[in-house]
Design a protein around this ligand. Structure first.
Ligand code: C5P
Length: 252
């Protein structure tokens, strides 16, 4: 499928104009970045795995009635998505303490939280995506109260879905980040899960061993990132059981 001109290049993806108005081609790069791009590398095969995994999660969400921007996967590295206006928030849901929450509040990583905790960060790389409160969001007009109610509902539904899917393959969903987009349909707008859902944006620990199967492998130099992502894909049936490496062994 012919893609149009480049609209935006981010750290892990490139967006191109899609074939129809209101569509976008989302291309998954192999680039990995951490700590607001202070640490960078190119990880062979990461984009292929994230394209597959994000397709898998977004399709599952659509099937249980959670709206997403995903339309279809086009090839190994590209998917067709609905064009939407991204709300400038990173919506983080945490089930267990880890990462910045552990640092900020001095809670040991892996401690189960009393209930899922939703946090919002303002999407601005130059500021390092700072944590903000609903007061900031309302006062600066980044989202309305109705949007915030909808965003919370979406985030918790994604959490239940992702936790269940991961539990089924022996993985604990520690936390994750999603982005929300506005889609306009005539006079109406609705909110959809946008961007990607992949091990780049989740913390995933093996239930038995607590082995990390997510981007912390890269952030903390814990071994091969593609092996970790391929393990998640293999357990979910996105890769055939024998496939260790993403390139030649991917199923359609
Ligand atoms: O770093 P922190 O502990 O706040 O991250 C919480 C979750 O959000 C992690 O799963 C991390 O991968 C994800 N995240 C992300 N993009 C960011 C910040 C966090 O995907 N810019």
């Amino acid at each position: 499928m012919a893609r149009g001109k480049k609209i935006y290049e981010g750290k892990a993806k490139i967006l191109f104009e899609g074939p129809e108005p209101g569509t976008i081609v989302q291309y998954f790069k192999d680039d990995a970045t951490a700590f607001n791009a202070e640490k960078k590398d190119v990880i062979d095969g990461k984009g292929v795995l994230n394209n597959r995994l994000s397709e898998y999660f977004m399709t599952g969400l659509t099937q249980i009635g959670v709206p997403t921007h995903f339309l279809k996967r086009l090839n190994m590295r590209e998917q067709l998505v609905r064009s939407c206006e991204i709300i400038p928030l990173e919506v983080i849901v945490r089930n267990f303490a880890a990462g910045t929450m552990s640092k900020r509040l001095g809670i040991e990583e892996g401690t189960q939280l009393p209930r899922p905790i939703v946090e919002y960060c303002y999407k601005d790389d130059s500021l390092g995506d700072p944590l903000v409160s609903e007061e900031h969001i309302a006062a600066f007009g980044w989202a309305s109260q109705q949007d915030m109610d909808d965003i919370l509902g979406l985030a918790l539904r994604v959490n239940d879905f992702m936790s269940g899917v991961m539990f089924g393959v022996g993985i604990k969903l520690i936390d994750f980040k999603i982005e929300i987009g506005r889609v306009y349909e005539g006079d109406f707008q609705r909110l959809v899960v946008a961007d990607e859902i992949s091990p780049d944006s989740c913390r995933l620990w093996d239930i038995e061993t607590n082995q990390k199967l997510d981007k912390d492998v890269f952030r903390r130099d814990l071994g091969s990132l593609t092996d970790a992502y391929a393990e998640v894909a293999r357990r979910l049936g996105v890769l055939p059981k024998t496939g260790g490496h993403p390139k030649p062994t991917l199923v359609n």
